[in-house]
Design a protein around this ligand. Structure first.
Ligand code: F3S
Length: 395
């Protein structure tokens, strides 16, 4: 692999032991995937933030890096943490867990990382430009960046993203290259398919991800979809499969440059989505409903506030979002409306990376195909999957 003079210096330890270690990791990755060089990244998003997933070994590693004074070179955000970093006490997060989680955040902060913990960085101040190279980790954010913004990122692991943040570069392979960004399967949505709610897009993504695994789908037949729908679709495809890039005819920015002629075609009918709803539902009554996977936009929070205004909710309702969206929701009075109804806006975390199984919940209702996919395995939850309207129940 070609390395610049500066990169040679990083490799030879002239920028300190941490940078040498991190740069070696990037070179090794590049060698494995046949990268010709390193490329500068515009921003980084690091996963492996919840203490639930990193544990003590992860915390010690991060503290070691921070103690040695390493600092990030580019705008770097974090994936959701294991709890609301401000309201953890009143929400009943376990004390010992909280202490460790705050230590994780402190280590990231000392590296110069923006300690906002969200899987929708593009809604919270880290918006890449068209065709910008990135090193992002979280699968739904990777999908959104590649597909909806047409920026370019592989799905990084926590360590490789951190290495890219500290070195400012990533190896040039995979989805950074034009030749690897061509669609490989066509998905045709039949006219009878209803795509009214984010949950419908989640169900579609769940169905398609399962079928296509890590292929690059090119959709036809989707007539309209907003940002919320697209983030739900991409998240579900990345969870049930490993889709990191998709195109939608007439909707996503580079779709018109792609040739989907002659590709294997998967037809999706109303019956297919009904089958997904049946598969993902456990037929029990939920203990809690949690929305905001991926993290809710302000528009989604406003919609929920409207939905619950003046009602008394039968079961606890959380809506997960970034700290920035929560601040805006506070200012707009949405938080007050939701809290009056008995719900909560939960920032910095989500239903999958927080320890909800230790908080007494066994059946969780969601409107997200991704959350429905992960909750049984990650949080020992049984799942109710439906759209927000159906899941808001009054006492
Ligand atoms: Fe985000 Fe958690 Fe869903 S990280 S995409 S809200 S599982």
């Amino acid at each position: 692999m070609y390395l610049t003079g500066e990169e040679e210096k990083m490799l030879e330890g002239e920028h300190g032991e941490v940078i040498e270690r991190m740069f070696r990791l990037l070179v090794r990755l590049g060698d494995i995937y046949g990268a010709d060089k390193m490329i500068p990244v515009g921003s980084v998003q690091v996963a492996g933030v919840s203490y639930k997933s990193v544990g003590d070994p992860g915390l010690e590693f991060l503290q070691d890096v921070a103690n040695k004074g390493a600092k990030v070179k580019v705008l770097t955000y974090l994936n959701p943490a294991g709890m609301d970093l401000e309201a953890w006490q009143e929400m009943g997060f376990p004390e010992e867990f909280a202490r460790k989680q705050l230590e994780v955040m402190d280590a990231f902060g000392r590296m110069g990382i923006i300690t906002t913990a969200t899987c929708t960085p593009y809604l919270a101040g880290n918006l890449p430009r068209f065709r910008e190279h990135l090193a992002w980790s979280e699968s739904s954010a990777v999908s959104f960046a590649n597909s909806v913004i047409s920026a370019r990122t592989n799905r990084e692991g926590g360590p490789s993203a951190l290495a890219a943040a500290l070195c400012g570069v990533t190896p040039n392979y995979g989805l950074h290259l034009d030749e690897n960004r061509k669609p490989t399967v066509k998905i045709n949505i039949h006219d009878d398919v209803n795509l009214d709610y984010s949950a419908d897009f989640g169900a579609l993504g769940y169905f398609v991800g399962k079928q296509v695994k890590n292929k690059i789908p090119y959709y036809t037949g989707i007539k309209e979809a907003n940002t919320n729908h697209l983030k739900a679709l991409g998240a579900a495809m990345a969870a049930s499969g490993a889709v990191a890039l998709y195109y939608i005819e007439n909707l996503t920015p580079e779709a018109h440059l792609m040739d989907a002629g002659g590709l294997e075609t998967i037809e999706v009918t109303k019956a297919d989505l009904e089958e997904v709803y049946n598969t993902l539902n456990c037929d029990k009554e939920e203990d809690i409903a949690i929305f905001g996977c991926p993290h809710a936009s302000l528009e989604e929070i406003a919609g929920l506030a409207k939905e619950v205004e003046g009602k008394t909710l039968k079961k606890p309702v959380w809506i997960c979002t970034s700290r920035m969206m929560k601040e805006a929701a506070n200012r707009m009075g949405f938080t007050e409306i939701i809290e009056k109804a008995g719900g909560k806006i939960v920032a910095d975390t989500c239903m999958v990376v927080s320890p909800i199984e230790d908080m007494g919940y066994k059946v969780t209702a969601v409107n997200s195909g991704k959350a429905a996919n992960y909750l049984p395995g990650f949080c020992k939850q049984e799942v109710v999957f439906n759209n927000i309207k159906s899941l808001i129940k009054e006492k």
